[in-house]
Design a binder for this molecule. Structure first.
Ligand SMILES: [Zn+2]
Length: 333
């Protein structure tokens, strides 16, 4: 009985297509697109993870456009429509972008599930970014490093949470979401082992990170390559002359052979630090922009992380062959 109803419904939609000005020539009209749930995600990095779990089965949109800066993007009025039509909102949380979070909460439909991925990270593993004085004065921290996803073990926790959230809004595809999450976790187990070996192959005196934007503290803690210096002020403004001077001294004192910027935070200051210190500056570490062309396996969280670890390993004198033959995801959706 139910089957007959579905068939008749599909035929009716098919016949109606083109007759109604409300139904443009969408090749998917009358098929699954009409019933696909919409998922709004706060930022590009987490959008890549949600696309892996939900690709083809849900529509996924990033509120911060790809290529825009995830911390400083201010929502525009058109984003309100995007948020108001979402069936699920997934955000990173822990202050990654407060402007986006509060804009979304002001614009989504009442009752829309709102998932904060950072909630899966154990509280005592979260790194505060307040100064020691600020923490002492308040008795607790107010600001935190929110870049959990650069650690593949945390990325697995994120993807597991994403699968649970998609199962709740779309139970019919629950098995697929769960299988994709498990597949991701097994890839991340391979990545975790390879990243550990690659970073360990860097000569001990070079095994430290100086970065412009500190999205690498969790990665660094996981693999024994601590972030010993980050130059970008929390306001995302250009560093002051004093901050630049401190960075130059630190690079000299620690004899750091290379330091890293990121493509979403270009800064001329880094070039001048390189010429003053003799350390090599690499501009293309990425914590949210995916490499390669959309629709290829490299254009993925996995592709991005392999590129990052390859860059860090080779710039600091390690063995990049340890990163060979890591599995990339198939292209879905
Ligand atoms: Zn960031």
């Amino acid at each position: 009985m139910a089957l007959i109803v579905v068939v008749i419904g599909a035929v009716a939609l098919g016949l109606g297509r083109g007759d109604s000005p409300d139904q443009p020539d969408d090749p998917n009209a009358g098929t699954s697109l009409a019933t696909k749930k919409k998922v709004a995600v706060s930022d590009p990095a987490n959008t890549a993870l949600v696309r892996w779990v939900g690709g083809g089965l849900v529509d996924v949109v990033s509120i911060v456009p790809i290529g825009a800066n995830g911390h400083t993007y201010e929502p525009i009025p058109a984003d309100a429509m995007l948020v108001a039509t979402a069936d699920l909102y997934i955000e990173n949380g822990k202050g990654l972008n407060e402007a986006v979070s509060s804009f979304v909460r002001a614009n989504y439909r009442p009752g829309t599930p709102d998932v904060v991925l950072a909630d899966v990270i154990p509280g005592d593993e979260i790194i505060a970014t307040d100064s020691a004085e600020q923490i002492a004065a308040h008795g607790h921290a107010h600001s935190f490093n929110a870049h959990f996803w650069t650690d593949p073990v945390y990325a697995s926790l994120y993807v597991d949470r994403i699968a649970t959230a998609l199962e709740a809004i779309d139970p019919a595809n629950a098995t697929t979401y769960r299988n994709r999450a498990q597949e991701f976790t097994s890839r991340m187990n391979a990545y975790d082992a390879a990243f550990r070996s690659a970073i360990a192959s860097i000569p001990a005196q070079n095994r430290k990170l100086v970065v412009y934007h500190d999205s690498w503290s969790y990665f660094g803690r996981r693999y024994g390559i601590p972030v010993i210096g980050a130059i970008q002020p929390v306001s995302f403004s250009e560093p002051s002359a004093d901050e630049v001077r401190r960075m130059i001294n630190q690079i000299r004192n620690e004899a750091v052979p290379a330091f890293f910027g990121s493509e979403v935070f270009p800064s001329d200051v880094l070039e001048s630090i390189a010429s003053e210190t003799g350390a090599t500056y690499y501009s293309d570490l990425s914590d949210e922009e995916l490499p390669g062309v959309a629709g290829t396996p490299e254009h993925s969280y996995e592709g991005m992380m392999i590129e990052n670890v390859r860059l860090i390993t080779s710039a600091l004198g390690g063995d990049v062959s340890l990163l060979a033959s890591l599995p990339l995801p198939e292209v879905i959706g």
